[in-house]
Design a protein around this ligand. Structure first.
Ligand code: 13P
Ligand code: ZN
Length: 273
């Protein structure tokens, strides 16, 4: 079986293309990684070249040592991923210490994983712990409405979580813990990786000021779905703000508590009045 025909890679390709079709990936914007199950990596192993040199990551994820990740390439375009997977995505193996990687398949053009690979790896490390090993996908996109919202709300988890919960009833069901926020920082390095994974200890979604959004999840559907819901809620908020009309009613804190009770959810009480 070709690597690109394996279920894990096919699901990765489909998710990436869905993001492109949503308009979340101008030029090379956005990136994605998938932490492969041992049996998924095994299925591809015959095609892996595990002889290359290790490249330091700049961060250390001890709990991920030796694991394999499907990863988008730096400066590659989401619009081309489905058309030519091996040029635009690859498989990276972490070394035993979890502080360096090598490409074992793919990325035949550019040869380098996303510049946000340190952020992805640190997010995986933290989400694996937060979910008892279930978390597998980290997805970063540049959705217009989420970026626009970062010009209007204070760059704080509480402000964003409340606004998004109030925008659309399902939001508090999808992310009852809220969303994290990292105010504007230089992207593509270790500092933003550490700031983001600190937020990921508590939140499966983290907004980057004037940049975009990171979502984590157990599979592609739930991760993409989280991104989609946040983007839609941001669009609703912007439409309401742009109307210039007074807000006559919203979802109150008591309404949010009632949803929590009805759905058996623990809503982050720090963000309720
Ligand atoms: P890469 O092309 O390195 O993935 O960068 C795109 C991006 O979105 C940076 O945050
Ligand atoms: Zn980005």
């Amino acid at each position: 079986m070709q690597i690109t025909d394996t279920p894990a890679v096919r699901a990765f390709l489909r998710c990436a293309d869905n993001g492109w079709q949503q308009g979340w990936h101008e030029r090379n914007g956005g990136n994605m990684t998938y932490r492969m199950r041992p049996e998924e990596a095994e299925l591809c192993r015959a095609a892996f070249d595990e002889t290359g040199p290790w490249t330091p990551l700049g961060v250390r994820a001890e709990n991920l040592g030796g694991q394999y990740f499907i990863v988008t390439g730096t400066n590659r375009y989401f619009q081309n991923i489905l058309v030519c997977p091996e040029e635009n995505i690859g498989v990276a193996q972490l070394n035993a210490d979890g502080d360096a990687y090598r490409i074992v398949w793919g990325l035949t053009v550019g040869h380098k994983p996303t510049s946000e690979f340190p952020t992805h790896i640190m997010n995986h490390a933290v989400r694996v712990q937060a979910t008892g090993g279930a978390s597998r996908v980290i997805y970063h996109a540049h959705p217009v409405d989420v970026i626009a919202l970062t010009f209007l709300l204070p760059p704080e988890a509480r402000a964003f979580s409340r606004a998004l919960w109030q925008a659309m009833t399902e939001c508090v069901v999808i992310f009852p813990e809220g969303v994290g926020v990292v105010p504007w920082m230089v992207c593509g390095g270790v500092d933003i990786a550490l700031a983001t994974c600190k937020e990921m200890e508590r939140f499966a979604a983290v907004i980057w000021g004037q940049h975009g959004l990171f979502c984590a999840g157990e599979d592609f559907d739930s991760t993409f779905g989280m991104m989609h819901a946040i983007v839609k809620a941001a669009e609703i908020l912007l439409k309401v703000y742009a109307s210039g009309k007074p807000v006559l009613q919203t979802i109150t804190d008591d309404n949010l508590r009632a949803i929590g009770e009805a759905f058996g959810l623990t809503i982050n009480g720090e963000f309720l009045d």
